[in-house]
Design a protein around this ligand. Structure first.
Ligand code: FES
Length: 111
């Protein structure tokens, strides 16, 4: 079983987490099942960008992104070349390392 390593995030996950994942699940579903409260304002319909994450290791093992995902990602705060929407990125066979960006379009306070 692949693992998802969530890097620490000041507010959402100060200690970080290492989770067992099932191939074929989305990063977001695995996070939510483990009580990691990643935002998902559009209900996982690839329409918001609040579930944006950056894949620090294992990017190429994930399912391919779509044109629609790329369009939505363009609105994400802190976009990088290895950014994905966690509701669209499906786990493959390899461990991945995920960074939750400090902000998203719904955060109105500064940390
Ligand atoms: Fe809205 Fe992922 S939850 S794009």
């Amino acid at each position: 079983m692949p693992k998802i390593i969530f890097l620490p995030h000041k507010i959402i996950l100060p200690q970080g987490a290492i989770l067992e994942a099932k191939k074929g699940e989305t990063i977001l579903n695995i996070a939510l099942k483990n009580n990691i409260q990643l935002e998902h304002a559009c209900g996982q319909s690839c329409a918001c960008s609040t579930c944006h994450c950056i894949i620090r290791k294992g990017f190429l093992s994930l399912s391919g992104g779509s044109e629609k995902e790329d369009d939505i990602l363009d609105k994400a705060w802190g976009l990088e070349s290895e950014s994905r929407l966690s509701c669209q990125a499906i786990i493959g066979d390899v461990d991945i390392e995920v960074e939750i960006p400090l902000y998203n379009v719904n955060y109105v306070t500064e940390y």
